[in-house]
Write a protein of this length. Sequence first.
Lengths: 291, 316
Amino acid sequence: MVSQSTSVGKSSGNAGIAARGTAASLRRRQVLAVVRLELRKSYFGGRGVGLFLLAAMPLAIPILILIARAFRGVEGETAETTTLFAGLYQYFILHFVLFLGCVLVFGSVMRREVLDRTLHYYFLTPLRRELLVVAKYATGVVVTAAVFCASTLATFLLMYLPEPGGSAFIVQGPGFGHLAAYLLVTVLGCIGYGAMFLAFGSFVRSPIIPALALFGWEFLHALLPPLLKQISVIHYLLSLCPVPLSQGPLAILSDAPSPWLAIPGLLILSGVLVTLSAWRARKMEVAYEED
Amino acid sequence: MNADRQVVFDNVSKFYGEVLGINRVSLSVPPGITGLVGPNGSGKTTLMNLMVGLLQPTRGSVRVLGMSADHPEELFRHVGYATQYDGFPPGFTGYQFIESYLRIHGFEKTEAEALTWKAIERVGLVEAAGRKVAGYSKGMRQRIKLAQAIAHQPSVLVLDEPLNGLDPMARAEVIALFRELADGGLHVIVSSHILHEVDLISDQVVLLNGGYVVAEGAISGVRDEMEEEHPAQVLIRCSRPSLLASRVFEHDHVVEARIHDDGKGLLVRTRDADKFYLLLNQVVLDNDLTVETVMPTDSDVNAVYQYLIVGNGEKP
């Protein structure tokens, strides 16, 4: 039943809130609240299952390799495993798993709110929409980076540890450096693809078509002339991978960009795309009926 | 009144492509309860969404207590809005729903918890607070949306059809809550298509039709302005109604005096209700009539709505 016993406060709660702490600390609290809400809504419920299943897929490969080797009664060699893992990472994890995971997570950052008819709750809070977009993007980056880094780490360990020289390769050899490089590429992949799909999701109703087009572009990047390679995210990511692989007989060779160009370049591109998405959110109208 | 204490629409138009939402609306909404009335598609929700920046005007500007939706960090400390949209974050309980968005306002955990419980108490959902919103009835969902809108203690409360889905008991309680909030100095802006409820709760009304404001102000004032075109109708239950009819009909402002069908009353239509009531007092005293009731029959929102929107001038 509706209670009338409590006193009526005219703005007593909220109007004074800005006075508590600095504007920066208020914004920090607000962004953290968005991150908490996003985690609860989008990742820890049933909706996170698809992402976690996708991230678990690469683990099947080293398990299958282990089973095959056990049947054949052979042991793996570190050099062979290094090439195998490089192929697995570059062609499967980076091209497919991480790409698709980012489509799932970032392509629906705003769109899912529209379909759930919940976007207005965010838009009716005293939080700038630009900051909301940044907070949602940051949550996505943290989640995808954590999930895919865990997947990459587990796959890497499953590939090397069962081998006789695997532990030594990781601890005393170049293995740890390789692992660090793969994890860095994974994080950068989440940042770069995340920003791209965030922008797709912000500007088009369904990000699937542009995502498919980008998938084709990225998949065929080895066949692209050097100039076009430079507008491909995968070109920069692959240049940071520790083990270069052959791109096939039809590949058009070009110089790999240096890490000093690849990393800032990806971060700048991501920053521009997130800024565009934030601008779009500022102009966005809530009219669920059209959807 | 100072514009910084009002909700001001300045020549606002909103078009959805070529479809008219609202056109050339200029309004100043003072504190108290304001009812937005109009048929479906008249522009009520558009007007409310423009107020809070969920829509952007094609032309003109909207300011709420002197603030614009371009600065949400200021505006939404003072504004709460319960929309018609029936969406909730999936998997959330009523409590989690309100508390989560209060945290986005910047409230610390303990403060957000206290405000959440206070709002839930006010709408009478304490027992259901721990249940998932997805399992709530329509009326409970309406109340949890209301709680979410008032939780941060705004000074402007915008409510789109807030009485929909509520049972009569809950309606009465929610209406009492609106009155209590308005008496505390808040702007409570309510849209409804249930005219007698709007009439019951509103200090002033805005009548919309086809995207245009057709009337605004206190309902009595709106009705008074219409007296020339639509004379006020008053039913007097009294002894000797035919004598009363002959006396009042001598006056110019009385355009019709008709004995009621049951023969125990008189129905009068007058272009000047104030003069008529003075005249009535005089006639009653002079002729020693016994008056049982005097009742205006077309001075409520329903009548105004019928005259201005439905009937194109016909009697309600």
